[in-house]
Ligand binder design. Sequence first.
Ligand code: IMP
Length: 212
Amino acid sequence: MSEPGYRAVSRRESRSLAGYKHACHAMLYAAEPGKLFGKIPLRHALLMQMRFDGKIGFPGGFVDTRDGSLEEGLNRELSEELGCDPKWLRIAEADYASSHATEALPQKVVAHFYTKRISLDELRKVEMSAVHAKDHGREVMGTIRVPLYTLRDGFGGLPAFLTNTFIGNAKDQLIYALRTLNLLSEGELQAAVGASRDGYESTTSRSGKGCP
Ligand code: IMP
């Protein structure tokens, strides 16, 4: 399923679309064996970011396809937003996941999406270097981890996170990645998406549970 106004295109087809700008974004994630409050498995640490416009998205940005490959452009953007040494954090064509085209105003854009599994130590390094990156406090207000669990009230955690405002098709990209990388079961994912749609009041009154 795609965000309204977005259609899936192949990587190859996207390159022949005239008049489209290309944007590339990457989801970095790592296995996280820790538990919240000593009991709720965190499962994975997965990075998104709070943008300058108050919306949530993945690191990345527009790339100039006349100026090299999509991945070269993406790696340049990542070093500006995350401040990582491109020698140890490199997104390659093998990390490519999907492309979606939109003609929504103000411009025609193809959003390319990449996912990359790294170690938890590397992910922590990314979080720390992001604070010193060129864009920190300007285009990027901060890197955030996505809560992948759902609390006992049926709403806290991922459902609440999904009620945020996302840029472009970032929310679909997140859900697509959680599904295709098997980071959550289909049942857990559908329950979280459903609860986020129903909202806190309706979910908690149905489950009859208060908070944590
Ligand atoms: P900018 O980062 O605001 O310059 O956005 C560049 C283009 O990428 C715009 O078309 C945004 O809608 C889109 N965009 C920004 N972040 C994401 C994301 O995380 N996923 C998908 N598209 C995005």
